[in-house]
Design a binder for this molecule. Sequence first.
Ligand SMILES: C[S@@+](CC[C@H](N)C(=O)[O-])C[C@H]1O[C@@H](n2cnc3c(N)ncnc32)[C@H](O)[C@@H]1O
Length: 256
Amino acid sequence: MSFFSRIEVMIILMLAAQPVKCKRLKTPYFVDLITGKKGKVIFALRSPYQLIEMILIPSTGSRRKWLRGLFLNGEVQYVEGINKENYHNAHAKILKKIPKHLIRNVVILGGGDGVLAGKLAKLLPRATIYVLELDPCMIHVFKKYYPHDNDYAFYKRNVKVIIGDAFNTIDRFDRIDLAFVDLPDALNEERLEALYSPEKLGKVFEKAKFISIYNGGVNPTQIEHLARGYGFKVIGRSLVHGWLGAVGFVSHLSRI
Ligand SMILES: C[S@@+](CC[C@H](N)C(=O)[O-])C[C@H]1O[C@@H](n2cnc3c(N)ncnc32)[C@H](O)[C@@H]1O
């Protein structure tokens, strides 16, 4: 190996070892919401993957009240007091339909806000909850700035985080007792392919015994049909509503 190529290799190694940058932005600032109103951004951080914001939204009620919501790249994930509980409870409802005592390992694909992990850590104290999250800055934000939102999930003994694309890191598991798909909506073709394609979801269907899957804007019957091909039956479906009333579904699946 020549001298120069050795230096090049060293530079590459040094760059690869750089810690991920989670850049805190100056707040407050105001943004236009799709309701036509202004939202007040009280926390903002830029990660290599996305812009993470906590936004105060004026409620529509008669008494002026601000509701706090988590937004990723301007897309709402949850709003306190509106759909935060509804969405995560819809996932957790699967526990009423399956033998909880048999659940030892739980995998959440996405879910970096930790809300679902915090709930499951309480409901399944004997299981280990693995959060397969792409963005390390999400974990940083919810560990350091908003731990109360997820009941201190990332400080719990039985919650473990694995950073990386969930459809790669899932390869570390031979079998999964219970899987939750808590990924963003498939708003375009690229995301549909990256998060909800039959090949990607097939990886979950191959390994898990029970699955709670948010449809992410994809027709739930399509996802359920795909699951049936892997030997699953539908044991329930919960309606989830978004901040502005749009509805989605969480399907609960069991290997027959
Ligand atoms: C915050 S949860 C919320 C999802 C919820 N269904 C919603 O849209 O309201 C979505 C998480 O998935 C993560 N994510 C996106 N793509 C991912 C991937 N390929 N692997 C793992 N996590 C991913 C995001 O970083 C984000 O933290």
